[in-house]
Design a protein around this ligand. Sequence first.
Ligand code: NAD
Length: 337
Amino acid sequence: MLTRVAIVGCGYWGPNLIRNFFSSPHFRVGAVIDKDPARLESVRAIYPSLPLSQDFSAALAADIDLVVLATPPETHHALGMAALDAGKHLLIEKPMALESGHCRELNLRAAAKGLRILVDHTFLFNPAIEYIKSAIVSGDLGDLRYFDSTRINLGLFQERTNVVWDLAPHDFSIVDFLLDEKPATVAAVGAGHLDKDVENLAYVTFTYASGMICHFNFNWLSPVKVRKTLIGGSRKMILFDDTEPSEKLRVYDHGVERKPEGIKHSLLVDYRTGDIVIPKLPQVEALRKLVAHVHEVLHNGAPTAIGGDAGERIVRLVEAAQASMAQGGKPVAPVTA
Ligand SMILES: NC(=O)c1ccc[n+]([C@@H]2O[C@H](COP(=O)([O-])OP(=O)(O)OC[C@H]3O[C@@H](n4cnc5c(N)ncnc54)[C@H](O)[C@@H]3O)[C@@H](O)[C@H]2O)c1
């Protein structure tokens, strides 16, 4: 049976959701909603058959099963609660909400009503991230040592959210998915150059009990767009460059090992520089896979890494980064549920 979906918000990201739900064999788009009529007109031009509405209550109609929220983050809690109260499953854009307490409320209400919440952490369905996950699970990378991500561009300044709320959910959801352990501390410094209360750049560091360390560089004031992540393991290292059109991943069989005791010369380490492999990745849009996954979860109860629990964890990490920035970079322990 087709799942009937209402998509709310047709700004920048919403049209990608409309396109993927529209082309999925598992869903029927029953309503597209935006309070801005101009946004609805742009949808009508491409999908003349879709029912459009300026009124959110169209998402609560009896013939809708799933409500997708692609509205600004500050609206997610109120619209999400209304959808749950009307008995609808939810797919919420990242970040799930702007307060972890709001995420918790959404999760509790969904559980009480026997409904599902999924959060669009799109990168978990990116073939490059899936490859990295399998290289970690298979032991190919060895012991993980670091994750270093640069996500910078001339960003769209937002009134209600800073660069961390905007960009960090991507990287935080990636490390939450890739690593078995959770961060012990979060430290962050940031700066707001146009409005001191709205950071447009931030440097965030996670430390872990194992010695693993993650570092993130987020910046809306960069003249160039950079999307590069290095994942360092004791056996291999991976460079993920998401701005590359096809060769997004490079796997380096490189490493450094300490020389055995007793043969120490001036150099204490041996360098290993082996092959560099560029894996062939499937050419499939991550959002298309995410939409297929939503069907698997709703219809077949498939396990998921993008549930409301993950959405809440990611918001807690953003809150920890925010709290550290407010204390000049002091490391804080993220609150666990
Ligand atoms: N997963 C991703 O890769 C990704 C990428 C970009 C944005 N996003 C997320 O998508 C969400 C939307 O971001 P965006 O950049 O598309 O924002 P946007 O401002 O471009 O679009 C939001 C739209 O929602 C509409 N809207 C706002 N409140 C509404 C309401 N109460 N009822 C109906 N319509 C309403 C606005 O009119 C607007 O057209 C955010 O949570 C953002 O973080 C996710």
